[in-house]
Design a protein around this ligand. Structure first.
Ligand code: HEM
Length: 312
């Protein structure tokens, strides 16, 4: 029965066996949608349920976009090659939430498509969101094995667009925010962290716990700088005041600290991996196979076949 299905079930691996990892990620991908559908049905989304849904789907699209960009660092730092099998699913999930986001916007405009189109053309933040959405759809449609084979090396070039799309999505996120930009600042900070890791690899900097710790600190500082710059440009608030707010423990925890806390997962994972590798080699009976459990640098088959963000 499964063999005859044109679309493979998302929780099966390439051999058609159940993958617990894929199943868990699949459930995580659909959980927000199920929750939102139930909340809508139970009338638990406040006075403007469609607006609430527009916001929630937009936020989940950005979250899953960041998760998909975190796959490569996770694979390298934790030496967890298997995690690549969920990247395509995460990418498709981003597209699905973003398409639902647009569809809900159209519902909010009473499905008057001319109004939807003119609003997108006239409002800069919507135009930017629209371009990001077109990009996501292009990446989603070229995520099949057949498209990867057909596009050959151009596939990697095309899928590098994911970084530009992420920037556009974040700009859209910032521009639609009213006064408080804590959430977009946090998302942008995580994006900077993930791009910082890619820059480290590009410049062949050592990926050790200490350098990843430095990256986490720089990520936090860059986030604080970004927040200060945004408030300075958008509302004229002096940068010194915004930066000082980061040190005020009586107020809410600023996004820079959350970015730092998330970034600390990287050196922590690297330390764990180091400890695991040491434990293996120290074992008197430690096999040769254990000893070569070092980070894989050569592209694996999964790296080529799990699209929607470049493998590095
Ligand atoms: C044609 C494409 C798009 C349209 C028409 C659109 C429309 C909107 C609208 C109307 C809002 C709410 C603005 C407000 O309440 O003032 C919004 C917010 C948002 N959108 Fe989009 N959007 C589009 C594409 C995207 C894409 C591609 C992403 C992400 C990948 C995205 C992520 C978000 C986020 C994160 C928010 C803020 C949610 C919040 O603050 O709670 N949007 N968008």
């Amino acid at each position: 029965m499964i063999d005859r299905l044109a679309v493979p079930l998302p929780w099966l691996d390439r051999a058609g066996r159940l993958s617990w990892l894929k199943l868990a990620v699949f459930l995580a991908c659909i959980a927000p949608a199920l929750y939102l559908a139930a909340a809508f049905r139970l009338d638990a989304l406040g006075a403007k349920p469609i607006t609430a849904l527009i916001h929630a789907t937009g936020e989940w699209a950005v979250r899953f976009l960041l998760f998909s960009l975190a796959i490569s660092p996770l694979r390298r730092i934790a030496d967890w090659g298997k995690v690549l099998v969920v990247r395509r699913m995460l990418g498709i999930t981003v597209m699905a939430y973003a398409v639902a986001h647009l569809a809900l916007y159209a519902v909010d405009q009473n499905l008057v498509l001319t109004k939807v189109a003119s609003e997108i053309a006239l409002r800069l933040y919507l135009t930017i969101g629209f371009v990001a959405l077109i990009g996501l759809i292009a990446l989603g449609l070229t995520s099949t094995d057949a498209a990867i084979r057909k596009l050959g090396p151009n596939w990697h070039r095309l899928h590098r667009l994911v970084y530009t799309i992420a920037v556009l999505a974040l700009v859209h996120y910032f521009l639609q925010s009213k006064i408080d930009v804590s959430d977009p600042v946090f998302s942008a900070g995580l994006f900077l962290l993930l791009m910082g890791w890619r820059a480290m690899r590009r410049f062949k900097l050592p990926e050790r716990p200490w350098s990843l710790l430095l990256l986490a600190i720089l990520g936090g500082l860059a986030t604080a700088g970004l927040e200060a710059a945004w408030y300075g440009l958008a509302s004229g608030v002096p940068a010194s005041l915004v930066l000082a707010a980061n040190l005020d423990v009586s107020g809410p925890i600023r996004p820079a600290w959350w970015v730092l806390a998330t970034g600390l997962l990287m050196p922590a994972l690297a330390l764990l991996r180091g400890a695991r590798a040491t434990g293996r080699t120290a074992k008197p009976g430690g096999s040769g196979r254990d000893r070569v459990a070092a980070p894989r640098t050569a592209p694996t088959r999964a790296a080529v076949s799990e699209p929607l963000s470049p493998s590095a």
